[in-house]
Design a protein around this ligand. Sequence first.
Ligand SMILES: *[C@@H]1O[C@H](CO)[C@@H](O)[C@H](O)[C@H]1NC(C)=O
Ligand SMILES: *[C@@H]1O[C@H](CO)[C@@H](O)[C@H](O)[C@H]1NC(C)=O
Ligand SMILES: *[C@@H]1O[C@H](CO)[C@@H](O)[C@H](O)[C@H]1NC(C)=O
Ligand SMILES: *[C@@H]1O[C@H](CO)[C@@H](O)[C@H](O)[C@H]1NC(C)=O
Ligand SMILES: *[C@@H]1O[C@H](CO)[C@@H](O)[C@H](O)[C@H]1NC(C)=O
Ligand SMILES: *[C@@H]1O[C@H](CO)[C@@H](O)[C@H](O)[C@H]1NC(C)=O
Ligand SMILES: *[C@@H]1O[C@H](CO)[C@@H](O)[C@H](O)[C@H]1NC(C)=O
Ligand SMILES: *[C@@H]1O[C@H](CO)[C@@H](O)[C@H](O)[C@H]1NC(C)=O
Ligand SMILES: *[C@@H]1O[C@H](CO)[C@@H](O)[C@H](O)[C@H]1NC(C)=O
Length: 877
Amino acid sequence: MFCCVLFCVVLGVFSEPSVELGLNGKWRLSNSNGSVSVPAPVPGCVHTALMQQQYIQDPYFRFNDLSYRWIAHDNWTYMTSFNVSAQLRVKQKVLLVFDGVDTVATILFNGFMVGRTDNMFRRYDFSVSHLLRDGENVLKVVLVSPVLYAFKQSKAHSSYSVPPECPPDVQKGECHVNFIRKEQSSFSWDWGPSFPTLGLWKGIRLEAFDILQLIQFSSFPLYNHSSGQWRLQVELIIDADQTTSGQVELSLPELGSQETFQTRFTKGRTKYNFTLLINKSREVKLWWPNGHGSQPFYRLTIRGFQDQVLLLHTGSKVFFRTVELIQEQIGSSLGLSFYFRINGKPVFLKGSNWIPADAFQDRVDPSVLRNLLQSAVDANMNALRVWGGGVYEQDLFYDICDEMGLMVWQDFMFACAMYPTEDDFILTVREEVSQQVRRLKSHPSIIVWSGNNENEAALATNWFDIPASKRLSYVKDYVKLYVNNVREIVLEEDPSRPFLVSSPTNGAESEQEGWVAANPYDPLYGDVHFYSYTSDCWDWKTFPRTRFASEYGFQSWPSFSTLEPVSVEEDWSYDSKFSSHRQHHESGNQQMLQQAALHFQLPNSSHPLKRFTDTLYITQVMQAQCVKTQTEFYRRSQSEIIEGKGHTMGALYWQLNDIWQAPSWSSIEFGGKWKMLHYFAQNFFSSVLPVGFEDEDSLFVYAISDLSQDLQIRAVVKLYSWFGLGSLCTLTSDLTLIPGGVAAPIFKRPMSELLAGCGVCTRLTCLVSFHLEDDHGVQQGPTNEHFLCSPKDAQGLRRPNITAKVQEDESGFAVTLLSDAVAPFVWLDVGRVPGRFSSNGFLMVSGNRTVRFDAWRPSSVTELSRSLTITTLTDVY
Ligand SMILES: *[C@@H]1O[C@H](CO)[C@@H](O)[C@H](O)[C@H]1NC(C)=O
Ligand SMILES: *[C@@H]1O[C@H](CO)[C@@H](O)[C@H](O)[C@H]1NC(C)=O
Ligand SMILES: *[C@@H]1O[C@H](CO)[C@@H](O)[C@H](O)[C@H]1NC(C)=O
Ligand SMILES: *[C@@H]1O[C@H](CO)[C@@H](O)[C@H](O)[C@H]1NC(C)=O
Ligand SMILES: *[C@@H]1O[C@H](CO)[C@@H](O)[C@H](O)[C@H]1NC(C)=O
Ligand SMILES: *[C@@H]1O[C@H](CO)[C@@H](O)[C@H](O)[C@H]1NC(C)=O
Ligand SMILES: *[C@@H]1O[C@H](CO)[C@@H](O)[C@H](O)[C@H]1NC(C)=O
Ligand SMILES: *[C@@H]1O[C@H](CO)[C@@H](O)[C@H](O)[C@H]1NC(C)=O
Ligand SMILES: *[C@@H]1O[C@H](CO)[C@@H](O)[C@H](O)[C@H]1NC(C)=O
């Protein structure tokens, strides 16, 4: 791009349209009294800079979240100096661009204040042409303590309180996070530490130009149902130094579309919008969610000219798809449906909720993102909800979701709180929302915007004890922020996907009720978040038969290999100070054991470390089995309406990933290791799935299919005894037609008949395993099982002798297990060797099983054999 500058200038044709100077790299960082002064990378934050300089230890180590509280209570200054080329300096306009400042800062350029920032989620730019000088230029960013700022803002808001003041004590966090436009979970959450970061978390540069500069651009296709024609909506935000006329050329060569628009560029910052019609006789390849088709794209090129001189040149991928959120009457039942139709096809959303992958965003590199998102796809997920207490994710996150077919439910970043609505706050939020929507709306993966997390519910069910007399003013603030501002901007900016005000919400019904429904958890409308730790999770009758389950879950502990690097020996017991310090959910550690004790013997080894690791294991068994039961209930409720409830079309459990090494609802540990739940998700989200459950004293098996085509299928049900290997008897159903996108009963047998028919079986001595088979006898989907009693009551269950052999072949490692007895929840663990098994946590009812291990770095048979441990339910007591 810069190669012909001299040549062009000499010819007088044109000079470079724009020149850029990157300012990322090593800066200098110091605290307010100068006692700390260290080099610091940009992008980055204070905590990671101090860690890199070994000024502090790993902030995740033991109790360091408490030891390092002082960092966020201090003010910090980032400083750099640089020389500017003559070529840049002669430009008419020079912008100093910050893609992200965390959060409250004053910016000084050569000693002059050029601006302030107060919102982590905004891009900022400042005109600095008049401040540039020969030789050295100095740029300083003075960051104020976010904790102090939030406190001062809350005090300045004198008229009434905006709850909650502080997080619960168990979270060991900071107060008034709702007063600062910053990652809300950075002041602590019920799964995360308090590390209120400060820093320059995204890139910084100078952009210099003479005539015009492209600031932001987006494109999204719209489909006209009545004409059957696609059109591509392209928007450019351009900063022009003077008013001129020119042309904008859009081209989608693979679809034979190209058009040139005469344009008048007006001085200042302006949005331009163009429509490119796609020839109706062209076949447009559609983007589909994972499991429903592929994710093809087309290349769009955009060029801007003035008198044949190229002024801007950019391009992007374009994906074609439509999305509709259907809320309509279902037959004669009460309530409204709530499901997504992609390209006209109803799609059941299977997945989980995404939280920030690290407390320090600069550590979330491409490999971390790829690994987590690939793990989601490998567990047969097609959707993730980017939860509203974190951050709008980086571009790469959405690029990968586009590429993998992961649908994104995108929250705006407001969570579990009331928010202020004075003018300054609304103004910065408006800018945040329009920037984020413009940045993200080109991504087909995003299928819905949602205004906030749980704030409708917080108001409706009065989490913060707001007196009845004051309620109305909070409702007014709620409507002002999410309806009159966030929603208004989204509707104007993005007609290509639906908007919801909150999650959970009753959707259209909430709107009818003035945006805050009496009961936002109503199973007849919208989405539901549901948690119950005390009721028995094996009993599906305790779950709400909702239209859409966007949050539900159970906690577990991560494995020992994940905890070990951030702890010491005295921490390695379930009732250590460390174990309760890391638990940020009130009574969480007790709840896990109480739930586990309903069905399992609790670990009681006299060896302290074994007892600890066994306890970690049993919490994972409990979590996996609970979330499995609940998810299977939602999937099998897809095609039924019972007492008005049902037609469930989404199951997004809480939560996919972890922010640090601690107990939480996640299915993937910090560092990427799969918990037992994630292995279970692979099965319970598979496209074809048999689900077994008891109702009215009968055993039912449902067949569920997410395929596009019909299946002719039968259920094969086998009974096994806890006493010995091998099936006792086999029952099969008739072949049944299961259309794509349907869940239907395929097998039903009274329990008494089932047990008596198998001779020696009783509830306490037998268990059921089942799978689906097509008319050629080929198994479709995974094998599943149904326990007839709690394993703690099972008669005949004994400690098996399991031996394992690791082998290597062309395609990697295989582990072959031999067992001499029935073994439930067989768990293979290779400690700190990163990677994952093809299957884990499984039931062994035959004497052998081979699973593969996919190592994420080079390993060997020796290393794996040495690291491998095998645990089954009977090993813990
Ligand atoms: C300077 O600030 C640090 C960090 O806040 C503090 O620990 C130290 O005591 C201060 N030093 C002086 C001389 O005030
Ligand atoms: C940080 O800056 C704020 C605002 O300028 C000031 O009130 C506060 O005293 C400063 N804190 C420290 C530790 O210097
Ligand atoms: C920047 O300019 C100053 C003053 O002209 C000069 O001394 C210095 O060497 C320059 N630095 C670089 C990196 O060019
Ligand atoms: C959609 O197509 C119909 C029929 O051709 C046309 O009347 C209408 O203007 C089109 N709508 C848009 C938004 O282009
Ligand atoms: C649309 O495509 C068809 C077939 O490729 C072609 O014959 C026709 O001229 C195109 N129409 C336009 C308006 O480009
Ligand atoms: C783009 O321009 C068209 C035609 O001028 C207008 O109807 C539409 O509302 C604009 N869209 C946006 C998102 O500004
Ligand atoms: C366990 O099984 C292996 C191989 O099947 C055998 O060699 C070993 O002796 C058995 N161990 C016990 C304790 O029975
Ligand atoms: C594994 O079990 C199957 C039957 O379940 C048997 O056919 C096979 O021989 C066994 N393999 C080994 C290595 O024992
Ligand atoms: C642990 O519990 C089991 C089952 O109740 C019992 O048989 C065993 O003796 C106990 N072990 C210890 C070390 O207390």
